[in-house]
Design a binder for this molecule. Sequence first.
Ligand code: PLP
Length: 229
Amino acid sequence: MEKLAYLGGEKIKKVEAPSDIYKWPIITDEDKAAIMDVVERNAYSKTDITEAFEKEFAEWLGAKHCIAACNGTMALFAAMFGVGLGAGDEIICTTKTYWASCLSSQLLGASVVFANIDPETLSIDPKDLERCLSPRTKAIMVVHYMAYPADMDPIMEFAKKHNLKVIEDVSHAQGGFYKGRRLGTIGDVGAMSLMSGKSFAAGELGALVTDNVEIYERALAFTHYERTT
Ligand SMILES: *Cc1c(COP(=O)(O)O)cnc(C)c1O
């Protein structure tokens, strides 16, 4: 190399537009064939391909049930409804997240109480939960921010002590682990976005996972009304 490109030398990486390098998601021929299969069979809504995805996704995370939703916002909304969040309730949520982690709770008549983040994990600070607690607290929304797992042990301990439900927003950390357990399967229910900007990108898609059949049934009725069987 004669001269660094920075100093006017020839560039090794020649790309027309910088966006070419960052093209995401990567779509393969296999993906295209799978899409065309659905289109040609005219099989769009809650069909075998969705069910196959739900089954495989649940198995991958080690959860009993999975629901595919139209996006992450809906999956999180369904998780809130699933745990029974309703009028007058409060949900404790981290301050550092995308609005969909908590805003839909207001459509259920609940309100959001914001907890500080832990500077190490950038996720909810378990030490701040006590301050956020009130007789109305029903649930905690944990977000594994930027793929780094929140400290689940003290969060679960706190939730158990105060009889609260724990929802995990796994939109940044699909497939990640906390102490050997998949994120999204430690709380009562996990919900996540799989939209095109996430590391696990599937176009527009959300997924909810849970081992709790009551949460599953409530969330299913909420997400896929009239298509629940
Ligand atoms: C992207 C994202 C969502 C929302 O997902 P959509 O699929 O865009 O509805 C929710 N929570 C977090 C943390 C996200 O990053």
